[in-house]
Unconditional design. Structure first.
Length: 153
């Protein structure tokens, strides 16, 4: 079915949701390989190549994070790689999927709706419009503290 699954991670608790699902999916697909990507989108990340900048502390932390996930997946018997990109998240994810010859993009979503999507934007929504690959979107669960904050806002 799928041979290479691209998994955008954002260095948040939402990553656990998609990674749990992708582990099962990869096994069901005769041990499909997993390509992790994190797109740093701060000023340094967006301009690192044009201005010949060094990685910011945030980018170093992001790199360590995705490499740790890839290492953990490999210890569990999965073939995994980690890619740190910089720039517009949806465009970078789509480009990476093509470059890495992935046949599925699997990502967690926040479940924003309406005005919240306009204000915060939606990488998942933009991505589904620019890629021809199938995109599996799994809604992340809110932590209890987020649920309380959301219900009182």
């Amino acid at each position: 079915m799928y041979e290479r699954i691209l998994v955008p991670v954002e260095h948040t608790e939402y990553d656990d949701v998609i990674l749990t699902h992708v582990r099962k999916l990869a096994r069901a697909c005769n041990d499909a390989s997993i390509v992790l990507i994190h797109v740093a989108d701060g000023w340094a990340a967006r301009n690192i190549n044009q201005l010949d900048l060094r990685e910011s502390e945030e980018m170093k932390s992001d790199r360590e994070y995705i490499e740790a996930i890839a290492d953990a997946l490999e210890k569990e018997g999965y073939e995994a790689e980690a890619i740190l990109a910089g720039g517009d998240p949806a465009k970078e994810i789509a480009a990476c999927a093509e470059r890495e010859k992935c046949d599925l993009i699997a990502m967690a979503t926040h479940g924003h709706r309406g005005l919240s999507d306009v204000i915060r934007g939606s990488v998942a929504s933009e991505l589904r419009h620019i890629t021809m690959l199938p995109v599996l979107m799994l809604r992340g669960n809110l932590h209890p503290s987020e649920s309380v904050a959301r219900s009182t806002a």
